[in-house]
Ligand binder design. Sequence first.
Ligand SMILES: [Fe+2]
Ligand SMILES: [Fe+2]
Length: 264
Amino acid sequence: MSLGRVDFSGKKVSATEADAIIADLKQYLLGLADKWLIKGRFHTDMGNGTLPMEAIKIFWQNWYGFVAEINNFHGVAYQRQQPFFKRHPELLKHFAAHVADEMIHPKPPGHIQIVLEQGRNFGLQDDDMVEYEMLAECRAFLEYYRGVLYEGTTAEWWASFCVEEAVGHWARFFGGALRKSYNFPEDKIVYFRVHAKADLEEHDGIMAHADLDWLVLKNLLMEGKAETRPGFNLEYCMRMGTSYFAMFFEGVYQQIKKEGLYKE
Ligand SMILES: [Fe+2]
Ligand SMILES: [Fe+2]
C-alpha cells in the first residue's frame, strides 16, 4: 500500500517519515497531472495548435468563475483553521502571505484582475466572464473544494490544495502552448507567467504556494493531526483535486465537440 493511502488520523510521524509520505504524494500527484491534464485531449490539441480558439475562450470564462471563488475559500480556511495555526506562527505567517498574494499581487484585487486582463487578451469582454454560467464539469472543481472546506478536515483541505503544484506546472504548459502554437506575445500571457511563478517559486520573499501546501501537510502529519474521514485519505484528496481539474477541461472539450451532455 502506498504511504498516501494510510490512515494517519491521530498518528504522529517523525520528520523523516513525513518527508517520505510527502515525496510519495507529490510523485502520485504529478503522475496523475501528467496523464490526465497535460496528456489529456484538450492540452494535446492545444500543444498541436489544433484546439480552436473558441475552446480556450470557453475555458477562460469558466476559469474566471473558478478563480473568483477559490482564493476566497483559502481566506475562509484561514479563519476556520486558526486553532492549528495559532500554535504555528511561522506557518501562519506564510499562510497569511499566501492568501494576501492572491488578493494583492501585482495590485489589488490580485490574481482575479489578471484573469480579466488575460480574458481580454483572448478576445473576451469582462461581462462574458463575470456573467457567465459555468459548465457543470467546471463548477464541480469548485464545489469539491467548497465541500472539503466546510465538511472536511484540515488535512483533507491542505492535501487537496497541494494540487496547486499541478496548477503551477499546468500554467507553465498553457503559457508555452499559447506562445508556441497560438503566437501569443509575452505580454499577452501574463496570467500564466505570474502563476507558474507564484505556485512553484519563491517570489518577493513569499514562499511558493505549493511549497506551503506541502509544508502544512507535513506539520499536520508530524503532530498526528492528519485526520481524514472514512473514504478519504491523503492520496484520495490528490486524486479528487486532479480529477476535477482534468474534468474541467474535458467539460469544455465536450461542449466544443458537442459530445455527451452537449450533443444536439
Ligand atoms: Fe492565483
Ligand atoms: Fe496560488
